[in-house]
Design a protein around this ligand. Structure first.
Ligand SMILES: Nc1ncnc2c1ncn2[C@@H]1O[C@H](COP(=O)(O)OP(=O)(O)OP(=O)(O)O)[C@@H](O)[C@H]1O
Length: 317
């Protein structure tokens, strides 16, 4: 038996007041010590999935269930969400400048975050901030804490944002494209840091468009397309034998890590449909190389082997 689920999304459905569905029937699980990669092209619903877990979706209608540490989050009051954010779960973004105010030192902002959740002295908060920055691999953390966000390099700012996210010891860290803006070397360092956080027993949800990032960091993967999960399973199994034609195409789009880059990457022709123009049958059918008449009916998510799910007529019994 695996570890108890830290986060469980069950048939999560999200829609606009107009009735247009943005997420349809999303079910995902993150366990302690696991990293779940949520992967898909731009507009597939990755950020919406993360934001719904953080309770940051005012104006959208949600149904289904989001359970965190056994507790139902959907329908919770704002006050309860605020208490949960930081201490229970925390999120980091692509651009650390959005997480820090430009006019205060990063140390002051991390200290404040700590003191918001725990009644510790300024001195104690600063000691924890410096220790955290050090753990995140920031050189000379005491001096770095005194700097303003713009005085740090992109990679150091990203480490500082992760330090702030971890400052209250969250059980779940959600990272939304945390390395997209960084060069390859710094990207690898930040991904290693996320692996360490995962191995220390936290649950990680990593949002990315890059299957290469999933391969380096995650234990499990959920492939989303146009607001639906089309495939999910353990990373090693999905990488070795991707079942869904969309997953196959995403894997073909990973650039090689070494050697010369090919002139053109195999790309998937076309674009994902917008939520208001989602096809009635299989959402991927208009771009699929294996499309056939029975794709006109939306395929259910099936479990062709234990722990793996796929929604494609190729796997209908
Ligand atoms: N508040 C909103 N109102 C209307 N449509 C929205 C809203 N938020 C998101 N959408 C739409 O929902 C879809 C999914 O958006 P989301 O931001 O989750 O995609 P994503 O996979 O994270 O893409 P990206 O990688 O570009 O951030 C998109 O088509 C987007 O335009």
């Amino acid at each position: 038996m695996g570890a108890e689920a830290l986060l469980k999304l069950h048939h999560l459905h999200l829609e606009l007041p107009t009735g247009t569905a943005l997420l349809e029937d999303v079910s995902l699980t993150v366990k302690r010590g696991d990293a779940l990669g949520v992967v898909g092209e731009s507009g597939s619903g990755k950020s919406l999935t993360a934001m719904s877990v953080m309770g940051l979706l005012p104006g959208l209608k949600a149904s289904g269930s989001i359970r965190f540490e056994g507790r139902e989050l959907l329908g919770m009051k704002d006050r309860e969400w605020r208490r949960l954010r930081g201490a229970g779960m925390a999120m980091i973004f692509q651009d650390p400048m959005t997480a820090f105010l430009p006019v205060r030192s990063i140390g002051a902002q991390i200290d404040e975050q700590i003191r918001l959740h725990e009644p510790v002295s300024r001195r104690e908060a600063r000691a924890r901030t410096v220790a955290l920055l050090g753990r995140m691999g920031v050189p000379d953390p005491e001096a770095a804490a005194k700097r303003y966000p713009h005085q740090l390099s992109g990679g150091l700012r990203q480490r500082a944002m992760i330090a702030m996210a971890l400052s209250c010891g969250p059980a779940l860290l959600i990272a939304d494209e945390p390395t997209t803006a960084l060069d390859v070397t710094v990207q690898a360092q930040i991904l290693t840091l996320l692996c360490e956080i995962r191995d220390s027993g936290a649950g990680v949800m990593l949002i990315t468009h890059d299957m290469g990032v999933v391969a380096q960091t995650c234990t499990h993967v959920a492939v989303v397309y146009s607001g639906l999960v089309v495939e999910q399973g353990p990373v090693a199994a999905v990488m070795a034998l991707p079942l869904h034609p969309y997953t196959q195409a995403l894997l073909e789009a990973i650039p090689p890590l070494d050697g010369p880059r090919p002139d053109a990457l195999p790309t998937i022709p076309g674009r994902p449909p917008t939520p208001d123009a989602r096809p009635e049958g299989c959402v991927f059918a208009p771009r699929c190389r294996y499309v056939r008449p029975d794709c006109a009916v939306r395929p259910a998510l099936r479990e062709p082997e234990e722990g793996r799910r796929v929604a494609c007529v190729l796997y209908n019994a």
